[in-house]
Design a protein around this ligand. Structure first.
Ligand code: 5GP
Ligand code: ZN
Length: 116
């Protein structure tokens, strides 16, 4: 498991690695995915280092709830308040590659179901 010292998203939050930041709150940072999978593809990341949304909710419920409000604010700012897909890949089998909790906010195209 990543620790803050070697965590990519902790480094983006700290400003040590550049990112296209679209929003910041006391509890989260939102920035554009470097490899976007939709016209809007923003990652909303809690400042608190936890590996996934479940562990964030257990460790700091307020931060987990705030993350959802921040997701909505990002979707609204992008012009897709009522039409976006929210994804939390959780675990390697679900294609999680960065083990700092992050919400993927996708919008701007039609989406299929079931997900791949
Ligand atoms: P996961 O696969 O863990 O759910 O999502 C990690 C996401 O982080 C991927 O969509 C990937 O494109 C994105 N990513 C990886 N490295 C960087 C980076 O250095 N900057 C930004 N902005 N996104 C990144
Ligand atoms: Zn981290």
């Amino acid at each position: 498991m990543s620790t803050p010292a070697d965590c990519l998203f902790c480094k983006i939050i700290a400003g040590e690695i550049p990112a296209d930041i679209v929003a910041e709150t006391e509890l989260s940072v939102a920035f554009r995915d470097i490899n976007p999978q939709a016209p809007t593809h923003v990652l909303v990341v809690p400042r608190l280092h936890q590996p996934d949304i479940g562990s964030l909710a257990a460790a700091d419920p307020g931060s987990a709830v705030a993350l959802l409000a921040d997701v909505r604010a990002v979707a609204r700012a992008e012009g897709f308040e009522d039409n976006y897909r929210l994804v939390f890949n959780t675990g390697a089998d679900a294609q999680q590659t960065v083990f700092h909790c992050h919400a993927h906010v996708f919008a701007g195209r039609e989406f299929g179901w079931p997900p791949g």
